[in-house]
Ligand binder design. Structure first.
Ligand SMILES: Cc1cc2nc3c(=O)[nH]c(=O)nc-3n(C[C@H](O)[C@H](O)[C@H](O)COP(=O)(O)O)c2cc1C
Length: 210
């Protein structure tokens, strides 16, 4: 039995196109993998530790090779719990809106919590950085108000898919698949519905073999 961690990054509920697309993916995934568990993590409702005070000091202690003091131990426990939940999954699904050409700040917050030396990546002065989350597949489903197709000048503005792929690659993911529902605004609600529906067969097929 595998666990799929479904990380939602839109606060728009069922009006969200990334959520609607990812829900369809999960529906097909459940049918194809009835024994698997799907855990949902909504970064807008999750109580993530703020990255300041003793939490921040604890990170710098790690980077300076120093032991945590008691306040840092207490603060760092909340970070370790989020990382442990993330690493306990076997497969990952991200549903991500584009906000100001990047990812929503709550998803950035989540990444700031889980990208930690010694937990999800390592650093060696001779060999450089290595990801520690290896051998696991991830699917990213993106929604954007405009369109940023590969090979067009607009692609240069896409710091949403590119950033998440970079961050995931940095911590060890190599099996990364991406799907974009776009444009969700520029051609009105009818256009958005059409692009979502066009995407669904591909998503459902990908879910079956995920
Ligand atoms: C704060 C905010 C910033 C946005 N910035 C962009 C943007 O830079 N480029 C874009 O194409 N659409 C932008 N949009 C539109 C969203 O990408 C679009 O509505 C998308 O469908 C959101 O994903 P969702 O439907 O899953 O919530 C923005 C929307 C919000 C709320």
């Amino acid at each position: 039995m595998s666990t799929l961690l479904y990380i939602l990054a839109s606060p728009r509920g069922q009006r969200s196109y990334s959520t609607q697309a990812a829900d369809a993916f999960v529906e097909s995934y459940r049918l194809a993998h009835p024994a698997d568990q799907v855990k949902t993590l909504n970064v807008f409702t999750e109580n993530l530790p703020t990255f300041d005070g003793f939490t921040l000091e604890a990170k710098y202690s790690i980077m300076h090779g120093q032991k945590h003091n008691p306040q840092e131990v207490a603060a760092w426990g909340a970070v370790e719990a989020v990382i442990a939940e993330f690493k306990s999954a076997d497969k990952y699904l991200f549903a991500v809106p584009m906000w100001n050409f990047g990812i929503p700040y709550k998803l950035k917050h989540y990444l700031d919590v889980i990208l930690q030396p010694g937990y999800t990546f390592s650093f060696n002065p001779k060999t450089g950085y290595s990801g520690l989350v290896t051998g696991k597949p991830v699917v990213g489903i993106y929604a954007r108000g405009g369109a940023y197709p590969a090979g067009t000048p607009a692609e240069a503005y896409d710091y949403q898919r590119r950033y998440l792929e970079l961050a995931l690659g940095f911590i060890g993911f190599t099996d990364i698949k991406s799907f974009a529902v776009e444009p969700t605004l520029h051609e009105g609600p009818e256009g958005a519905k059409k692009y979502l529906e066009e995407m669904l067969p591909q998503l459902r097929e990908a879910a079956k073999v995920f």
